[in-house]
Structures are given as structure tokens and as C-alpha cells.
Design a protein around this ligand. Structure first.
Ligand code: DHB
Ligand code: FE
Length: 285
């Protein structure tokens, strides 16, 4: 048996969602209306917890900064502590990696001509920990191993959607060729439309977001052709985080000769903080 990609999960990472759960205020009306809509995804994940998640996310100048800007950085370490983003580290479990699978992914994906940066030691910020919290709650330990794959969408130049989709395909081929019976999910995180600064701060474009969700599910090759300037124009300066969803989508079987995935969950909600929140769960057919 080899490892298998069984599903892909897509979610926003708005830090205030993590803070709401950390502070135990998730039942306040502002949050309850949003978190109630996540219940189907949480239930599905409780029943379909993988052995390993390859979690595609972006660091927000916590582990990386102006001194070091890797476009694609794969976590090959044993463990990753939550980053201190200015208010102390979030009270969440240490993230445990899967160094053997990560080393295999590095070998395979680099041989498929993607120049990954390999990171054995780094702290992980809200980009990685908020998706885990909103979908797994507050367990003593995370229920599976997590291989971080950090994508630079913070400092220009950022990678194109096309390259992200192709990286997802390479990732799938890497996982498919790992010689151990492992259930692997690929998560794509960030988004949806949002802009956190400047005259357009607070921008939300629901029409674009819905188009993106439909297109990502049904026609990812076309979605991958959206140029980065269109993300910025339509989804705001931080809406560019959405290119990371294409990495997870590229790992699904329909782009590798299989059938279209089953859509198990979709949510779209405005607002959380200054942001539109989206989620999808796509299961292998
Ligand atoms: C906020 C920060 C983010 O990184 C993000 O993607 C969305 C919202 C915020 O500070 O509200
Ligand atoms: Fe962000």
C-alpha cells in the first residue's frame, strides 16, 4: 500500500476566529452564527480524520520576514511550536510533523522541478493554527500529523495560481509514491476576499468569492489562469491568499485521471473581522 490523498479541505484563517475559541466566546451571537455553519465540516473531519495533513498556509512575517522570503517552504521537522504574534503564543498544542513523508515529498517534488525550501525549525502562526482550531476544536493534542507547506503571498513577487495548481499535482504524485499505508489530506488555507490596509481596507467581494468557489470545484484549470492582479483587484490585497487553495485542488484525483470529487461541505459567511470566510471539503470519489 502507498499513501493516498483522500480529501482536500479549504478554509479561511482569520485570526479573530482563533481568538474567539481561545477566549471561549464562540457562543456569542457574532461568532455562533459562523461556527454553527462549520459543524458539518467538523463532524465530517471527526469521522474522517487522516493520518497526515499537508497544510498549505502562509506565514505572516512570523517565521519568515524581510531577511528570508521562500516562495514554497516545506516543513521537514519533527515539531513546530505556535508563534508569538505579539500577544504571546496561542494556547494550542505543538504541531507534530511527519519527517519521513516530508523528506519523500521534498525528494519527489524537487525532482519534479519545484524548488522547495526545506525548513526543519520554525514557529507556525495563525495561518496554520487557526484552521486546525476551527476544525478540530481544542484537543489536548492535534489528532494527526501535520506537514506545513508555507507559501509566500505576503511579499512580492508571489507565485501564480497556475504554478500553485501544478505544485499541487506534483504533491499528489509525491504522496502517491510514498510506500506506506497513510491517509493524507491536503488543506488549502487563507482567503477569501479581504484587504487589511489602505483606502480599500475592509473590501469584501462576495460575487468574486462565490465565482471562485464554483470555479475551484468545477473547473480548477480555468481558475488557475486568474492572474494575480485580478485577485488583488477583485478580492483585495490579502485576497491573493486564495492561490493557496489551488495547491490543495491540484492534489485531487480528477486532475490525475480520476472522477470529480464529492463536495461534502461548503460555507460562505460575511463578516469575520474584516473578512469574508469560506470553507470547502472535497472528498475523493
Ligand atoms: C486578518 C488577518 C489575516 O491574516 C487574514 O488572512 C484575515 C484577517 C485580520 O487581522 O483580521
Ligand atoms: Fe492571512
Amino acid at each position: 500500500m502507498t499513501a493516498r490523498v483522500t480529501a482536500s479541505v479549504y478554509t479561511s484563517h482569520v485570526p479573530a476566529m482563533g481568538v474567539a475559541i481561545d477566549r471561549g466566546i464562540q457562543d456569542e451571537p457574532y461568532w455562533k452564527v459562523l461556527f454553527d455553519q462549520m459543524e458539518p465540516a467538523r463532524r465530517w473531519l471527526a469521522e474522517n480524520t487522516p493520518d497526515v495533513i499537508v497544510l498549505v498556509y502562509n506565514d505572516h512575517a512570523s517565521a519568515f520576514g524581510l531577511d528570508l522570503v521562500p516562495t514554497f517552504a516545506l516543513g521537514t521537522g519533527e515539531k513546530y511550536e505556535p508563534a508569538d504574534e505579539g500577544w504571546g503564543p496561542r494556547p494550542v498544542p505543538t504541531v507534530h510533523g511527519h519527517p519521513e513523508l516530508a523528506a519523500h515529498i521534498a525528494q519527489s517534488v524537487i525532482q519534479q522541478d519545484f524548488d522547495l525550501t526545506l525548513v526543519n525549525e520554525m514557529a507556525v502562526d495563525h495561518g496554520l493554527t487557526v484552521p486546525l482550531t476551527i476544525l478540530f476544536g481544542q484537543p489536548e493534542n492535534w489528532p494527526c500529523k501535520v506537514i506545513p507547506l508555507a507559501v509566500n503571498v505576503v511579499l512580492y513577487p508571489v507565485p501564480s495560481g497556475r504554478r500553485c495548481l501544478e505544485l499541487g499535482k506534483a504533491l499528489r504524485r509525491a504522496i502517491d509514491s510514498y510506500d506506506e499505508d497513510l491517509d493524507v489530506q491536503v488543506w488549502g488555507t487563507g482567503g477569501m476576499s479581504h484587504q487589511l490596509q489602505g483606502p480599500r481596507g475592509g473590501l469584501i467581494n462576495s460575487e468574486f468569492d462565490h465565482m471562485f468557489l464554483d470555479s475551484l470545484v468545477g473547473d480548477p484549470e480555468t481558475t488557475a489562469r486568474i492572474p494575480h492582479v485580478e485577485y488583488v483587484r477583485e478580492a483585495g490585497s490579502e485576497g491573493i491568499e486564495l492561490v493557496m487553495w489551488l495547491i490543495a485542488r491540484g492534489a485531487m484525483g480528477d486532475l490525475h485521471g480520476g472522477s470529480a470529487p464529492l463536495e461534502r461541505h461548503r460555507l460562505y459567511h460575511v463578516p469575520a473581522s474584516n473578512t469574508a470566510v469560506g470553507q470547502l471539503v472535497l472528498e475523493e470519489a
